[in-house]
Design a protein around this ligand. Sequence first.
Ligand code: G6P
Length: 372
Amino acid sequence: AAAEKDGYSSFMLKEINEQPSAVEQTLMGRLDQHGNLMLDELRIDESILRAVDKIVVVACGTAAYAGQVAKYAIEHWCRIPTEVELAHEFRYRDPIVNEKTLVVAFSQSGETMDTLMAVRHAREQGAKVVSICNTNGSTIPRESDAVIYTHAGPEIAVASTKAFLSQIAAAYLLGLYLAQLRGTKFADEVRDVLRELQEVPAKIQSVLDAADEVKDLARRMSTAESVLFLGRHVGYPVALEGALKLKEIAYIHAEGFAAGELKHGPIALVEEGQPVFVIVPSPRGRDSLHAKVVSNIQEVRARGAITIVIAEEGDDAVVPYANEVIRVPQTPVLLAPLLTTVPLQLFACELADSKGYDVDQPRNLAKSVTVE
Ligand code: G6P
């Protein structure tokens, strides 16, 4: 089994390290030599796709957080209202779904029963279903109208890592394709994003190359009893995913919050020594989101928090309020989750490992839950 891990101490660490190629594989074959986007597998009538008036993403666990990231991009590029719902909640609340709804089911395994039930229900209501899936020939793709395979390679560790990044990449391709088809984005704008996307694998690699710093931090923080994660915009689902990873494999109480919500409640939790991760949006983004998040760092730091800040290279504004800074390469705002998630995965993996836990087989969890 050690051989299958390619020398890594766990499948999880191996899969974290495979992310540059996982994302590359997701993008590959979907762009022609000229960088144009092709989604031949999307075998749904173009007239139906043009008429879609609502997108609903259904998924569970980490896949649902990938869906939350995708919502920001799809709405921005396509101007189609997009909801993200936990599949088990969607299925049993009589959701408004019809022939004009496009349901997108995210599932690494393709076998999650809660997600499958949501897919069946959506199709019964006349919706078209596209699945974003990592496992060829699995049940959810077979029961969908079309599938976009992520091609990330088999994921063995229970806690999902490379599948998460590939799901985001695949959903972005879907969003860009719909934007192209519906004319909400011009071909050259779509091409710009695609070009940036193709640079992402190398940028993930550079985050991985700096892993030792994150691992060192994880070992120093292994006695933490609670860790908070703050993010805004696409950084918000990244915060949720960072917290989930820590719960799943390190059994540490962790919560992710929307940074803007801090003052409406969560800040009451902050006391001396509380570790708080903050995912900082690019200072080059619009709407002064960066400045708002920097002031959130300041607020928690003033109340005694230990702040661990994930920020772009060259972002000096965070330095005065950060106990630790983890750098990621510069990238457009919507692509940042493909980079900022990686240190959070490494942190959870190393912390769990330093506590002697089996990171690949955490207690009480299954890789794929095939019961409702
Ligand atoms: C299980 C796993 C999670 C995973 C979720 C959805 O709960 O433990 O890691 O995110 O299922 O799995 P799927 O295969 O549908 O993506």
